[in-house]
Design a protein. Structure first.
Length: 215
């Protein structure tokens, strides 16, 4: 059905929660904010960081950008590798690539970090293109990232393309670019979030995702 598969990174290809949360905690401490329940910060996994600091801690735009800078201090040194490949993803990518599917990463994480993570986990060779955010925030929403990815692939029709991700931003970004989407439940979003965002399909497991993409 789909020949071009756009994959989110955090919560879809890798379980990056520990590194992201530790980096957010580091940034919040710079503002004298202590968080006792780490699960409160799961909402930071996936969406653009500046947006999340503004939404969840009511930071001004200037404070949010400052917080992102602090976040990157920790993330670039430690948090980037406090991360692991989701079990079964490498096998799925191998089968999809072997079958002739064209694989692309589309993530709100900065592109430089994304490439480093994919190289670290030996996943980079599966992907024809990596579309990520810019460090200066000029391209940071999932809508913008997907549009950027679409500019760099040779799809004859948008009906050939699907976005695969675990959060509403993946689904909304796909809709804004007029492509289909698949929500996955093995990441950080839940069924209600993905349904309300309008996912075309929702899968619970890697096996279910493989069946959907290969049949």
């Amino acid at each position: 059905m789909y020949n071009y598969l756009l994959f989110d990174l955090d919560g879809t290809l890798t379980d990056s929660g520990a590194g992201i949360i530790n980096s957010v905690l580091y940034a919040l401490k710079k503002f004298d904010i202590e968080v006792e329940d780490r699960t409160q910060l799961y909402a930071f996994i996936g969406p653009p960081l500046a947006e999340s600091f503004q939404k969840f801690y009511h930071f001004s735009q200037e404070q949010a950008f400052q917080a992102v800078g602090y976040y990157r201090e920790y993330f670039s040194e430690k948090g980037i590798f406090e991360n692991m490949v989701i079990t079964g993803i490498d096998t799925l990518l191998d089968k999809l690539s072997y079958s002739g599917k064209k694989l692309v990463v589309a993530t709100s994480k900065p592109e430089a970090y994304t490439i480093k993570i994919l190289e670290h986990f030996n996943l980079i060779s599966y992907f024809q293109f990596v579309a990520g955010a810019t460090m200066d925030e000029t391209r940071n929403t999932k809508t913008e990232v997907i549009a950027y990815a679409l500019e760099h692939i040779n799809a004859l029709s948008k009906s050939e393309v699907v976005m695969i991700g675990d959060r509403k931003h993946d689904i909304e970004g796909a809709k804004n670019n007029n492509i289909d989407s698949i929500g996955v439940l093995f990441g950080y979003g839940d069924r209600k979030e993905l349904e309300q965002a309008g996912a075309n399909y929702i899968v619970e497991s890697i096996a279910e995702l493989r069946t959907l993409l290969m049949d």
